[in-house]
Design a protein around this ligand. Structure first.
Ligand SMILES: Nc1ncnc2c1ncn2[C@@H]1O[C@H](COP(=O)(O)OP(=O)(O)O)[C@@H](O)[C@H]1O
Ligand SMILES: [Mg+2]
Length: 329
């Protein structure tokens, strides 16, 4: 007998059962509706009277399009929706800022170590790679989480592989920073021993590393706290998106990151199709039915919502409201 897809605990139930839920993330394959579902969820949470920030750490800009207003400059109040703010992080600006900070640190270090090389070469090699961009975006996200200016944060996450690397990185960061700290402290002690003056010098690099380690530690704590954090995975009733979230969920369990559940999006509603359904659509229906069974078998008890394929894109307040109704209604 094949399993029927049942929702044992809906989105609304999950949120009600997690009173302290504060950080919600949406993951899944590109194009499955992460941005749309994140937006609809943020709209619904704001509707509950909770100060909500909908933020995108995704280099592919999408929130401004979703909301029909420019939200890339900073935290922007969403027109006509009380308690909702949105912010699309500017990748270029974030990267430039991180580069500037790193340049200062490297310049300071070269001076400290009496090395007469230009900082530029180091800065270029340290920052000219995708991992640096991701880490800059990750830091920006962590900064937002730790500022604690909102009741709830909804993050429209980057596509799967990047998000995993982002999370894996917080562990690697810690190891790296610990190592750096150790060698910095040794260098510092040596310098103090060799110096004639007893005066202690400020060490911006050491301070930066200490601060950084503290932030990463806090971030990891928040990200692995199932009462505060939940990752929701969006899929379609199709083979590839299901394979993607299956892999993703495995990784997350490995990292100890709480999985809030699964949202099945763009499901054809048989009743809405009327009587004379063309063969092409019937085939799509059968295909979806098959994959719905797979989802039921694989993710029994974790499916939080089944969202229909609407006859238009999810853009603007009215459509977001309709998607929120499908998610939480
Ligand atoms: N349930 C739905 N019905 C109709 N269109 C949808 C639905 N969910 C998402 N869309 C549309 O599909 C496209 C991709 O959605 P999007 O949220 O941008 O995906 P992602 O962020 O995962 O790449 C968008 O044009 C969006 O408006
Ligand atoms: Mg998106």
């Amino acid at each position: 007998m094949t399993a029927e897809l049942r929702i044992t605990a809906s989105m609304a139930t999950y949120v009600a059962d997690h009173r302290d839920l504060k950080y919600l993330f949406f993951g899944g394959k590109g194009g499955v509706g992460k941005t749309a579902m994140a937006g609809a969820t943020a709209l619904w949470l704001a509707g509950q009277g909770r100060r909500t920030l909908l933020a995108s750490t995704n280099p592919v800009h999408s929130l401004s399009g979703l909301l029909g207003q420019n939200v890339s400059g900073g935290h922007t109040a969403v027109g006509g929706v009380p308690d909702l703010w949105a912010y699309e992080i500017d990748t270029r600006e974030t990267i430039e800022r991180s580069k500037r900070e790193i340049r200062e640190k490297i310049q300071w270090f070269l001076k400290f170590a009496d090395i007469s090389t230009k900082a530029d070469d180091f800065v270029e090699s340290a920052t000219m790679n995708p991992a640096f961009e991701e880490s800059a975006m990750f830091e920006n996200m962590v900064e937002m989480m730790l500022k604690n200016e909102y009741d709830v944060y909804v993050f429209d996450t980057a596509p799967t592989a990047n998000a995993r690397r982002l999370l894996g990185m917080s562990k690697v960061y810690s190891l790296w920073v610990d190592k750096m700290l150790k060698s910095r402290q040794e260098a510092r002690t040596l310098r103090e021993m060799l110096s004639f003056t007893k005066k202690k010098e400020a060490d911006p690099l050491l301070e930066y590393l200490l601060g950084f380690r503290a932030r990463m530690g806090q971030a990891r704590q928040l990200l692995t706290d199932a009462s505060k954090t939940a990752f929701f995975f969006v899929t379609l009733p199709e083979a590839l998106p299901i394979a993607v979230i299956t892999r993703f969920i495995g990784w997350f369990q490995e990292f100890g990151i709480p999985v809030g559940g699964i949202i099945v999006n763009m499901v054809l509603d048989r009743r809405a199709l009327g009587g004379d359904v063309p063969e092409f659509v019937l085939n799509r229906l059968r295909m979806q039915d098959d994959h719905m069974k797979t989802i039921a078998e694989k993710f029994d008890g974790s499916v939080r919502a089944i969202v229909p394929l609407f006859d238009e894109e999810v853009r603007g307040a009215a459509m977001l409201g309709q998607a929120a109704e499908a998610l939480f209604g």
